[in-house]
Ligand binder design. Structure first.
Ligand code: ZN
Ligand code: ZN
Length: 288
């Protein structure tokens, strides 16, 4: 296993981080005490610069605002300094999905309205450290993006994601299938080479998955990231898990951070994407 002396996420440097709220080892899940726990395969720590905290100060009375009540964690998915989900084996990838589910459950059980799980890979995509990690931000409200989506879904006769999964499973935008999951270049891709991974089975969150579904999801994420890495030479990217406790259709969106969000996008919320999803899917299919 490769390690770096300066990296706070590497084994041996656990004292450089706040105490872990969950340490995953072969013999169970633990919480750091005065002495940091070693021998882990995944570790979840409070973010050093949290966007949300359990006991926030009252917001200013000057404007309408909500207190930033919630949680902000970093999940270190592997002790290996040089590894990443694109090269994880089956055991490592299913462990990663299990940790996501475990922390998702922890925060939803404690009343968070929305739990955002996302990964920033590469400096241009927002990662400040190169050691592989995922972030989790637990919110006291459903964010506007999801509110808008949920309200649109509730006005439709059936689930639009089920419709997308059924139609795209045999379209030219399909990149690959893995069990009940499909990986597609969505018709309305926001960025070049955007990929969506979604199940052809209606589930709202990561908690509704069997172990075999989790493994297939992990394999899908690995395959998608591997293809992206080969095609675009390990580009910076973000992936986000879109999920809700109920009445939703879970999906994962992978967006390479290779195009700039500039004036037009900021002025209009409309994205210009120079690569068609059909072209992106064809290139992503052909690399492996
Ligand atoms: Zn490291
Ligand atoms: Zn559905």
């Amino acid at each position: 296993m490769r390690a770096s002396k300066e990296c706070p996420f590497c084994p041996g440097n656990e004292e450089m981080t706040p105490k872990a709220v969950a340490v995953y080892r072969d013999d169970g899940v633990f919480v750091d005490g005065e002495t940091r726990i070693r021998g882990w395969w995944a570790r979840c720590i409070p973010n050093m610069y949290p966007a949300m905290v359990p006991d926030p100060d009252a917001p200013t009375p000057e404007w309408m605002a909500m207190p930033a009540r919630g949680g902000h964690e970093v999940i270190i998915e592997s002790p290996d300094h040089e590894s990443s989900p694109a090269i994880f084996d089956d055991e490592k990838i299913i462990r990663m999905i299990r940790v996501y589910a475990d922390r998702y459950r922890y925060h939803t059980d404690r009343g968070s309205s929305y739990v955002s799980i996302f990964k920033n890979w590469g400096r241009e995509a927002g990662a400040s450290l190169s050691h592989t990690h995922t972030q989790l931000i637990a919110l006291p409200m459903i964010p506007p993006l999801l509110m808008r989506e949920v309200s649109a879904i509730s006005s439709m006769p059936s689930c639009p994601y089920c419709n997308i999964a059924e139609r795209e499973a045999s379209s030219e935008r399909l990149i690959f299938r893995e069990g009940v999951w499909i990986c597609i270049a969505p018709f309305y891709s926001q960025t070049p080479y955007e990929m969506w991974i979604l199940p052809c089975k209606h589930i709202s969150s990561i908690l509704e998955m069997s172990d075999s579904m989790r493994l297939e999801l992990g394999r899908s994420m690995k395959k998608a990231l591997q293809r992206l890495s080969v095609l675009l030479n390990d580009p910076p990217y973000n992936y986000m898990i879109f999920q809700m406790s109920s009445n939703y259709h879970l999906n994962i969106r992978i967006q390479p951070a290779i195009s700039k969000i500039a004036g037009f996008e900021k002025n209009t919320g409309i994205y210009i994407n120079p690569v068609s999803p059909e072209q992106a899917a064809s290139e992503l299919r052909s690399v492996l």
